[in-house]
Design a protein around this ligand. Structure first.
Ligand code: GLY
Length: 389
């Protein structure tokens, strides 16, 4: 594939990571995005948290996330070295905490589930948790410490990936793009308002917008809205935690992800309301109320930003990473709540696919074929062609 032309649609964390890796490996890479490094990647909390995001029935996602979090230190080092600036990784770890009795019972269920999978997590009382993180308030009654769940400053990472890509030869074009399909719904190129572009391979990494880029992705990738708040420590206020704090407050999940310099990202709501990115009064109220129950000192912090992003949801919460159709089209999308976490393993897998090598074992479960088999029948392809017009 060396010297082949790769066109990447989407300059979020997945598109930028794949583009940088591919260009560093010798491909001629163009990335198309009308607003690079925006959307869900810009809004993200930045948790790299496969264990504390684990959910019974999602063992393949846990395995994929654990593979990727192990790649993170090397990935951050390589991005940092390539860009000549830090990639934003934080390695202080994560605590998960509970307030009421129902929340503690739910955490016990999570701890038991993880123990059955052989993943050790340390259970701690409220007092032990406060010894680790004095910012936790008296309503915190117990929880878990998960030191291997990490975090990244998403905006520092995006800036580093842009520079690393540019230095490796990636051309970033700030234009919207559409795939050009032939009669068999095969991608033959990419169309922008500046003209058509020929490509050897097109890679769709357009997050929640991926569904409009190929007929078989229609309905497979859907927007899942998340609202976040950014807070800044003010002089005299109680210092922020050093670890990521995930909490259950009367059954509602909330998290606080520290940033260097005293910042905190509080997240996140989850709602399926289409392509709506307005921040709601109710979302802000819930996040502040729940975060303050867990970290009372934030009442003295500055509220510096509220934002909403659209996670790219998939039918089973696993991403879609692999070939779509016969040849020349790859997808790396549908990362839902895990785009930051899964960037390293996704970029490595895409590079393997481009070189015709076997992909990492944990990525096999993310093969798009699991969702699209049958989608290439005649009726679907005909509908696809009509939709494209
Ligand atoms: N990964 C956290 C979120 O999507 O809110």
């Amino acid at each position: 594939m060396t010297n082949s032309r790769l066109t990447v649609i989407g300059a979020g964390v997945i598109g930028l990571s794949c583009a940088w890796r591919a260009a560093a490996a010798g491909l001629r890479v163009t990335v198309l995005d009308p607003a690079p490094a925006s959307g869900a990647s810009w809004v993200a909390g930045g948790m790299l948290a496969p264990v504390t995001e684990a959910w019974p029935g999602e063992e393949a996602l846990l395995k994929l996330g654990v593979d990727s979090v192990r790649r993170w230190p090397g990935f951050a080092e390589q991005v940092g070295a390539a860009a000549g600036r830090p990639a934003g990784l934080r390695t202080e770890g994560t605590v998960v905490v509970a307030t009421g009795a129902g929340d503690r019972a739910e955490l016990d269920t999570l701890a038991g589930y993880l123990a059955r999978l052989g993943r050790d997590v340390e259970r701690l009382s409220g007092r032990e948790l406060r010894r680790l993180e004095p910012a936790l308030g008296p309503d915190v009654r117990g929880g878990l410490s998960v030191p291997d769940d990490l975090a990244v400053d998403n905006r520092v990472l995006l800036a580093a990936l842009r520079v690393a890509g540019e230095r490796a030869g990636v051309t970033l074009v700030e234009r919207a793009a559409q795939t050009v399909l032939d009669d068999g719904a095969r991608v033959t190129g990419v169309r922008t308002d500046g003209g058509d572009m020929a490509s050897d391979v097109v890679l769709i990494c357009a997050g929640a917008h991926s569904g409009s880029l190929h007929p078989v992705l229609h309905g497979l990738v859907r927007p899942v809205k998340g609202e976040i708040l950014r807070l800044a420590h003010r002089s005299g206020a109680f210092p922020p935690p050093s670890r990521t704090v995930r909490a259950l407050v009367d059954g509602r999940p909330v998290y606080a992800v520290p940033r260097d310099g005293g910042g905190l990202v509080i997240g996140a709501t989850q709602a399926e309301t289409g392509f709506d990115t307005e921040v709601t009064v109710g979302g802000v109220r819930d996040l502040l109320r729940d975060a303050e129950r867990v970290l009372p000192g934030i009442a003295e912090y500055a509220l510096v930003e509220s934002a909403a992003g659209l996670r790219p949801g998939s039918p089973d919460n696993l991403p879609l990473i692999g070939a779509l159709g016969p040849e020349g089209l790859l997808v790396a999308t549908g990362h839902h709540r895990n785009g930051m976490l899964l960037a390293p393993v996704t970029a490595d897998a895409v590079l393997d696919l481009l070189h015709g090598r076997p992909i990492p074992e944990a990525v096999r479960a993310a093969d798009p074929d699991r969702c699209v088999s049958g989608a290439h029948d005649d009726e679907e392809v005909t509908r696809a062609r009509v939709d494209q017009r």
